[in-house]
Design a protein around this ligand. Sequence first.
Ligand code: GDP
Ligand code: FE
Ligand code: FE
Length: 188
Amino acid sequence: AISREDLLAKMAEQMSKKRLEHSLGVEAAAIRLAKRYGADETKAGLAGLLHDYAKEVSDEDFLALIDKYQLDSDLKNWGNNIWHGVVGIYKIKEDLELSDAEILHSIETHTVGSKEMSLLDKIIYVADYIEDGRDFPGVGEAREIATSSLDRAVAYETARTVAFLAQKAHPIYPQTIETYNAYISYLK
Ligand code: GDP
Ligand code: FE
Ligand code: FE
């Protein structure tokens, strides 16, 4: 398997310094959450580090990957925000020697979640939202909630994201709505 050092060098080639710093922040937050909730810290760190690996892939390349791997053609109606996770895992599989299904699934769902998230999926979804470099309304409350309930943190984050997207009149990916419906009761 590829070393963390080699991975960082490869990442530095494909993304801005700012995104690399965000990736390191998510790695650290994921390791903290893995310790807190009893998940595999190595897997959490690696998934956190790599979650946005494909964020700077071009639209053209994503559309080619959707064709190449015969993914649901509805994906073509979406954009980078959805593609970098859902399609990004195919770029990761092509570029890196990474075949761990749990890690790849957590990266696949890191933006939109899913109705049945594994412990690692929840950790990456939440770590992305609360890493130390994040600064937006609600992040303090999200960090607080994440110390006591991962399910509640997923619910809080999803509710905030759906509200934000609706307020901006952005389309909401169906899987985001499924995540919302599956987890919202934890906020009650
Ligand atoms: P980042 O990659 O670290 O910036 O974070 P994410 O991968 O979680 O999210 C990337 C972007 O996708 C953010 O601007 C989210 O608001 C946006 N996003 C999340 N869910 C959806 C969705 O269902 N539909 C759309 N259009 N955008 C979404
Ligand atoms: Fe992302
Ligand atoms: Fe991210």
